[in-house]
Design a protein around this ligand. Structure first.
Ligand SMILES: Cc1ncc(COP(=O)(O)O)c(C=O)c1O
Length: 367
């Protein structure tokens, strides 16, 4: 049995009619840039998240960059984020000209360690980007509190957390601004690159919308220089179709991970989820000794797995100039050789889930 890590073809087949209709409607209307399909999705996504405004942009990386720019982040400032994320988070910081300051992660949730944030603050700190890693919200209350005490801007990196909930609030509505990615493999994924910024603040929403559209409101009246980063009509229409299925897909993910938890908790370290959190399991990450051998064994059985991420951000070649040592981020550093992301998507059958569990058990016993 072949178990794909993400199976977008099966997902497409399950909603083919709706998707095909949506795509042909956009083409028929020539509504490629701007227009009703984008407006509809932005409104529907804002409603789903529980935010007032949603601004569709080109991708999640741009969403983060734009959010930082409209807060005035630039050269001379520092922005704090987690040591273990995808490079997009830190890249968005450095492309503003600011310096990225990494903070180690918590050894249970793998989200940014809120106890270590204050030590990283200097008089140059302008913002913090907590990442809701793997689909589990970071511990936002203390982060918001730090932001208020030090007068810092908080930007939620919700790229992996559509529909996640933190103490009754959806990820993306806790800080003044949040950024989503709709990269195809995300829980809500487009058929190409796409992203969004959400906020309850009208002024921020207007600035973000202008920044993403060459700094303009009207066609040739540019009030400042921005970028060209817009959600396009085709992606918006596709996302609007998929949004209707998102809750059902999240619940399927959660029911699969419940089985994983139950069956695997005695042989590997399964994800730790604090109370009052709805984890949406964009990724189901276990911790295991002998990770590489286990992964190889699973690959031989055609079970595709992932590692998120094999090299923590501070140790990437891209950040060599920061001269970080393993002792600076002991938790992120120790996780890198033990984490393993198991296949998880809403179209996995019960048989496929059983197949993964069975072979993981064999691997752990054997290796
Ligand atoms: C945590 C995180 N932040 C930001 C991004 C950037 O999103 P995109 O790939 O849409 O630019 C991603 C996804 O790729 C991500 O996983």
């Amino acid at each position: 049995m072949r178990i794909l890590f993400v199976d977008l073809k099966t997902q497409y087949e399950s909603i083919k009619e709706e998707i095909d209709q949506a795509i042909s409607d956009v083409i028929f209307d020539s509504a490629f840039v701007g227009g009703k399909y984008i407006k509809n999705f932005e409104q529907n996504f804002a409603n789903y998240i529980g935010a007032k405004y949603c601004i569709g942009v080109g991708n999640g990386t741009d969403a983060l960059f734009i959010a930082l720019k409209i807060f005035g982040v630039r050269e001379g400032y520092e922005v704090i984020t987690a040591a273990n994320s995808f490079i997009a988070t830190s890249e968005a910081i450095t492309t503003t000209g600011a310096k990225v300051i990494f903070v180690d992660c918590d050894s249970d949730t793998y989200n940014i360690d809120v106890q270590k944030i204050e030590k990283a603050i200097t008089n140059k700190t302008k913002a913090i980007i907590p990442v809701h890693l793997y689909g589990q919200p970071a511990d936002m209350d203390p982060i918001i509190d730090i932001g208020q005490r030090y007068n810092l801007n908080i930007v939620e990196d919700s790229a992996q957390a559509h529909g996640a909930v933190y103490k009754g609030r959806k990820a993306g509505t806790i800080a003044p601004i949040a950024c989503f990615s709709f990269y195809p493999g995300k829980n809500l994924g487009a058929y190409g690159d796409a992203g969004a910024i959400v906020t309850n603040d009208e002024e921020l929403a207007e600035k973000a919308r202008m920044f993403a559209n060459h700094g303009r409101k009207e066609k040739y009246e540019h009030e400042f220089e921005g970028v060209n980063s817009r959600l396009d009509g085709l992606q918006a229409a596709i996302l609007d179709v998929k949004l209707k299925h998102l809750e059902k897909w999240i619940e399927r993910r959660r029911s699969i991970t419940k089985i994983y938890d139950e069956e695997l908790k005695d042989i590997v370290i399964t994800p730790f989820v604090p109370p009052d959190i709805r984890h949406v399991y964009h990724l189901y990450v276990i911790r295991i000794k002998n990770r590489n051998n286990v992964r190889e064994f699973l690959a031989e059985k055609e079970i595709h797995t992932g590692i998120h991420y094999p090299i923590p951000l501070p140790f990437l070649k891209a950040y060599k100039y920061l001269e970080h040592k393993p002792a600076d981020f002991p938790v992120a550093y120790s996780l890198k050789d033990e984490i393993l992301s198991l296949p998880i998507h809403a179209d996995m059958s019960d048989d496929q889930v059983e197949y993964v569990i069975k072979h993981l058990k064999i691997a752990v016993k054997k290796l």
